[in-house]
Design a protein around this ligand. Structure first.
Ligand SMILES: [Zn+2]
Length: 176
């Protein structure tokens, strides 16, 4: 059984790429695979990918990612796959961002730090929301990391985008 490439990899885009980016990449890839254009100057990356993926793969990837509903369903399938493989391994097609890129707000009443971030895909200002309680509950240590780096997967409230958020745990452990 050969490992399956994600549609994002086939189209040389990421899970946060806009529809416009996906269309551009798709056209470049198709041009690069077209027999008449093989000798022409292929777009960067497209020529390389052309040797890896068939036209059918490229078309299928585009069919799914260009359709809002199909893309959402596909994103969720990817996430389920990732869960089966273990959260640590879930990397394909998921962008990694630092918690430093979030805006921080402390809510006076609760004294819990809240983090919000603009979604790179749908551009909703606070598409991604986190707080210290959620981080404490769901964050896991990064694989192969002995520098205190933690990560958590979160999904945009408005679209289906998943991001892997990492941060360094600043708290000192109280050990005797
Ligand atoms: Zn979004």
């Amino acid at each position: 059984m050969k490992s399956r490439r994600t549609h994002y990899e086939v189209l040389s885009v990421t899970s946060s790429s806009s529809l416009a980016d996906i269309k551009t990449s798709y056209r470049e890839l198709l041009l690069a695979t077209h027999p008449d254009k093989v000798r022409g100057p292929a777009a960067s990356g497209a020529e390389r990918l052309n040797k890896t993926y068939s036209v059918d793969e490229i078309k299928e990837a585009y069919r799914v990612l260009a359709d809002d509903n199909l893309r959402k369903k596909y994103d969720n399938d990817l996430l389920e796959d990732g869960k089966k493989k273990g959260i640590y391994k879930f990397g394909d097609g998921v962008d990694e961002v630092s918690l430093d890129t979030f805006d921080m707000n402390e809510e006076d009443s609760e004294e819990v730090m809240h983090y919000t971030r603009k979604c790179p895909r749908c551009q909703v200002a606070d598409g991604f929301k986190l707080n210290d309680d959620l981080l404490e509950e769901f964050a896991v240590p990064c694989e192969n990391s002995d520098d205190g780096r933690f990560q958590v997967l979160i999904q945009c409230d408005s679209c289906s985008l998943w991001l892997k958020v990492y941060f360094f745990c600043a708290e000192e452990e109280e050990e005797a």
